[in-house]
Design a binder for this molecule. Structure first.
Ligand code: HEC
Length: 106
């Protein structure tokens, strides 16, 4: 009985930690330029005219692979958008693509 309870606790902790994880990565590594909501209403966002990632039109124009590539390798158009492949795991980059999708229309 206790064993089963412990297992359920571990499982629910593991799943909630996963959801928090990507939001934490966004806050730590992306939010300073892109803002909490991806609209880039930040100093850097204004200075560099960063695109509003929540815009449905942008979301539609970009494939997951394209978004993943910008995060991994940086933007060829603006070096402020750095390559994150040495700082994030492939799993974190995939999770960020998913996270950016959740910003759509917000
Ligand atoms: C130092 C500021 C800065 C940080 C931090 C930053 N970005 Fe960017 N990001 C930019 C700029 C500037 C652009 C615009 C690049 C361009 O016009 O191609 C951009 C563009 C993007 C784009 C859109 C590219 C396109 O083709 O439209 C995505 C997606 C993106 N960033 C994701 C992220 C993610 C995810 C993180 C965190 C891991 C992050 N960025 C962190 C500055 C930043």
């Amino acid at each position: 009985m206790m064993k089963r309870f412990a297992l359920v606790m571990v499982l629910s902790l593991a799943t909630s930690a996963h959801a928090d994880d990507v939001a934490d990565v966004w806050k730590a590594k992306c939010k300073s330029c892109h803002g909490e909501d991806g609209k880039a209403k930040t100093k850097m966002g204004q200075k560099e005219s960063i695109v509003d990632l929540s815009q449905p039109a942008w979301q539609q124009a970009e494939s997951d692979a394209e978004i993943r590539q910008v995060i991994a390798d940086g933007s060829p158009k603006n070096t402020r958008m750095k390559a994150f492949k040495d700082r994030l795991t492939p799993q974190q980059i995939d999770a960020l693509v998913g996270y950016i999708r959740t910003l759509k229309g917000k």
